[in-house]
Design a protein around this ligand. Structure first.
Ligand code: ARG
Length: 255
């Protein structure tokens, strides 16, 4: 009798464990994996770029996006598009955030929200090696290549009498300079400096110093509560040393 009772109890215990186990499993399966859709324009090394023939996204912004996603418990999915398509994509809910070396400007703040700045950049001029352009004043009436929708394009358009050629990618703007279709490129200094260590070293040089500081921020749809969560994650990555680790990986020691 005792034996039977023991057996019944054992079976019941096993069954309840199985039910609990299944229940837990079901709950997990029903919970959708949170995905953070990150929009970017990946011709912007060392912030976002794709190595030739590779589908993976490299660069400081891309590493930072993955670290932030991990911190917030999201799976990160990169979505590639034109730089000028990023803000419309946020506003039409096609992406959740934009990380693309995007400068926080008053104009953009009217249509999207930004996180705290995570990097300080600035604009720079690049010309061909044989050019005698010494400063932005020498670009008056000249042809300037830039990337469409960027602060570099805005700056180019302030140069008196200049012809501005705005390209879909930063690489195309640089190529235009190389091919003689433009007298200069105006773009983000860290990107131009990086380019100077690669393809640019054969034909180009930079002119002068970085122009005024430009803070990069992560953009979200206006009113999105993601901005607060992203700021929290950023602060945590700064505290843990993870941010510094990524910074050093891409830019060397902090000056
Ligand atoms: N910082 C500049 C801007 O906000 C250029 C950014 C271009 N970014 C890119 N991923 N292509 O306008």
């Amino acid at each position: 009798m005792k034996k039977i009772l023991f057996l019944v109890m054992a079976v019941l215990a096993a069954a309840s464990m199985m039910i609990a186990g299944c229940g837990g499993g079901d709950k997990k399966a029903a919970e959708p994996e949170k995905v953070l859709r990150v929009g970017t324009e990946p011709t912007f090394a060392p912030f976002e770029f794709q190595k030739e023939g590779s589908k993976s996204y490299d660069g400081f912004d891309m590493d930072l996006a993955r670290a932030i996603g991990k911190q917030m418990g999201y799976k990160v999915e990169m979505v590639s598009m034109g730089f000028d398509a990023l803000i419309p994509a946020l506003n039409s809910n096609n992406i959740d955030v934009a990380i693309a070396g995007m400068t926080i400007t008053d104009e953009r703040k009217k249509v999207v929200d930004f996180t705290e700045s995570y990097y300080t950049s600035g604009l720079m001029i690049m010309v061909r090696k044989d050019s005698n352009v010494k400063s932005i004043d020498d670009l008056k009436g000249k042809t300037i290549a830039c990337q469409i929708g960027t602060t570099g394009e805005n700056k180019s358009r302030t140069v008196e009498g200049a012809k501005v050629k705005a390209f879909n990618t930063q690489d195309e703007a640089s190529l235009e300079l190389k091919n003689g279709g433009a007298d200069a490129v105006i773009g983000d200094a860290p990107v131009i400096e990086y380019y100077m260590t690669k393809a640019g070293k054969d034909f180009a040089k930079t002119v002068g110093e970085r122009m005024e500081a430009e803070p990069y921020g992560i953009a979200v749809k206006k009113g999105s509560k993601l901005a607060g969560d992203l700021n929290k994650a950023l602060a945590e990555l700064k505290k843990s040393g993870e941010y510094d680790k990524l910074y050093t990986k891409w830019f060397g020691e902090k000056k």
